[in-house]
Design a protein around this ligand. Sequence first.
Ligand code: NAP
Length: 285
Amino acid sequence: MTENKANVIDGKALAAKIRAEAAVEAGRILTERGRRPKLCVIIAGDNQASKVYVRNKQKACVDCGIESETVELPGTVTREELFEIIDQKNGDVTVDGILVQLPLPGGIDEKEIIARISPEKDVDCFHPVNVGRVYTGDPVFLPCTPAGIIELLKFAGVEIKGANCVVVGRSNIVGKPVGALLLAENGTVTIAHSKTKDLKKVTKEADILVAAIGKAKFFTKDYIKPGAAVIDVGMDRDEEGKLCGDVDFDDVISVCGAITPVPGGVGPMTVAMLMKNTIKAAKGK
Ligand code: NAP
């Protein structure tokens, strides 16, 4: 049996620390203003996974002393109705952060809806103004999952500066912004995707590998440089329906230097960073 020396990065512990810090800040805001910071989550339709994500966010708000309001809408909601609700929340001074849970029901242009949120309340950091600020190095908010990944690497003592960073996946939510944040931390960044030639050759060069493709246990040890830090963003289901990541944890742990588990790695950090952004939005006023 291979001796396992890899550092398993505890995202739950780090997320708890960040949430505790957010709770202190929320308490301070309550004392100063006589009201708690408030996050408004808008959810439309019947997507079960989305409902679970929203419940997790509500629970995190309660833990942090952040008020949470959830606007639940039917799958038949129109773009005009969504605009109206967002406009109302944009104008409500007691609402600090607004988040529209994606995906929206078919036929609705998500980009148009996100762009309706006031950039100052866009705690997901999906609004084009906030995305632009991240890329120009002048961010107001940081995107939650990518920022959580940077925090996890720092927490694990992984040096990003000068490291060869390979991100697999180029979505607007994960792959592209992780690439931008790693670059801002002075990593040398490659973003790979489904059209990348000889993916194994590319990932084998990675000191830091971020796996964000949505394919259960895709990355085996053949993809990993010995000693690499492996961040698994995937939230997938294995053949038994159990939650797992994009990385074959049991296989990769024998060669990597550090690895995030699924569950308990990136997932809790995403919610913790959302709490941090909500505090930031409240403080910004
Ligand atoms: P997505 O929008 O579906 O994007 C997947 C990306 O992976 C695409 O860029 C695609 O390439 C690439 N890809 C797919 N198969 C590939 C392959 N065989 N080789 C190389 N690249 C491949 O997914 P996403 O929203 O970024 O999410 C990715 C995963 O992270 C999912 O499991 C999701 O559930 C999870 N996630 C977790 C969190 C969290 O908080 N833990 C947050 C967000 C997402 P092309 O662009 O060429 O199609």
